[in-house]
Design a protein around this ligand. Structure first.
Ligand SMILES: CC(C)(COP(=O)(O)OP(=O)(O)OC[C@H]1O[C@@H](n2cnc3c(N)ncnc32)[C@H](O)[C@@H]1OP(=O)(O)O)[C@@H](O)C(=O)NCCC(=O)NCCS
Length: 333
């Protein structure tokens, strides 16, 4: 039985992922731009990434991940109260990709909306889903993190095109007693750093036109060194804030699932936190940076390969364009 509103919490009851089968290796990239496997591997930790087909859109990847998550939770689509999709590469400017998935899943009673927080989309989405459940407004929410950055990177720009990949992960969040499941959430942003990572054209500031296309305004632009610097600080802040909120310390955390942007960022963060590498989940070598997809994909992997045990305390921590950053603590059960 679900507790009264003041004592409600939410917990993850199912996970799923889908990454397109097409693999693009560093050796493949050597034939496309002036780069090398050695440069990419030592600077980023990436060996290969998955790339969506021309005809595949975000909702196609998200649908597969969602069905896997619903199946593992034993929840029918018709039971969902909401679908929240973290993405910045939705099928269209609008409607929300969440609405497109709702239709394809047959989630008749669900509300659907997207969260635009770049690589933080999934963590922000779960935080929102948790708030909707904890406040008593909803009981079952599906959250998806999905991006197809391969469609917005400039494949002639070696500084960005080697970093990203495509993929989707999803979780089902259900009501439970407070204190079980999600133990704390934290979301933060700093819009003064918006120019570090952005797609400048195609919105209302610089609408799409033949001229914006000609100058590549619809491609992702990044100041990599600036992002790197703030990423380490932001992730450290996010870890400290969420631990404080939950009244826990880093020693209480069994597994850290960080956003997979660069192995050097992950190394810097876990060294600053004083955490051994075996408590940090890393799969960037196989997927690259899938933006909102990285954390739920990694979560589904550790659930299915048994690395995550019942009762484990898990810390998710992320950062992305905006800049945005955030974190989430939960006990897996
Ligand atoms: C992008 C990033 C890997 C670059 O690493 P770096 O060590 O800072 O490398 P630099 O940008 O200083 O570039 C060093 C040199 O490598 C070159 N270079 C850039 N990309 C290259 C590539 N793919 N292959 C080979 N050389 C490359 C640069 O042109 C530069 O050459 P120069 O010294 O002759 O000018 C790093 O800054 C990073 O990961 N930043 C964070 C990005 C991120 O996380 N984004 C997602 C946020 S969610």
């Amino acid at each position: 039985m679900i507790s009264p509103t003041s004592l409600r919490g939410s917990k993850i009851t199912g996970t799923g992922r889908y990454c397109p089968p097409r693999v693009l290796t560093n050796e493949d990239l050597e034939k496309m731009v002036d780069t090398s496997d050695e440069w990419i591997l030592t600077r980023t930790g990436i060996r290969e990434r998955r790339i969506a087909d021309r005809g595949q859109a975000c909702s196609d990847l998200a649908l597969e991940a969602s069905m896997a998550a619903l199946h593992s939770a034993g929840v029918g689509a018709s039971e969902l109260d909401a679908i929240i999709v973290g993405t910045v590469t939705g099928d269209m400017v609008f409607p929300a990709t969440a609405c497109l998935i709702q239709e394809r899943l047959g989630a008749k009673k669900a509300a659907g909306f997207d969260v635009s927080a770049a690589c933080c989309g999934f963590v922000y989405g779960v935080s929102n889903g948790h708030a909707l459940i904890a406040s008593g407004q909803m009981d079952k929410v599906l959250i998806v993190g999905v991006d197809i950055l391969s469609k917005i990177v400039d494949w002639k720009d070696r500084a960005t095109c080697v970093l990203f990949g495509d993929g989707a992960g999803a979780v089902v969040l259900e009501a439970c007693s407070a204190g079980e499941g999600i133990l704390g959430t934290y979301m933060k942003s700093d819009g003064s750093l918006a120019d570090l990572l952005q797609v400048p054209s195609g919105g209302s500031r610089d609408p799409a036109s033949p001229e914006t296309c000609a100058r590549g305004g619809h491609y992702l632009k990044m100041k990599g060194d600036g992002v790197f610097k703030y990423a380490v600080r932001a992730m450290e802040d996010a870890v400290k804030q969420v631990l404080d909120r939950a009244n826990l310390t880093i020693d209480d955390v069994d597994l850290i699932i960080p956003h997979q942007a660069n192995i050097r960022i992950l190394d810097a963060v876990h060294k600053r936190l004083g955490v051994s590498a075996d408590r940090v989940v890393v799969n960037i070598d196989r997927y690259g940076n899938t933006s909102s997809g990285t954390i739920p994909i990694a979560l589904d992997e550790v659930v299915r390969n048994g690395r995550l045990k019942k009762g484990d305390v898990v810390l998710m921590v992320t950062f992305g364009g905006g800049l945005t950053w955030g974190s989430l603590l939960f006990r897996y059960n």
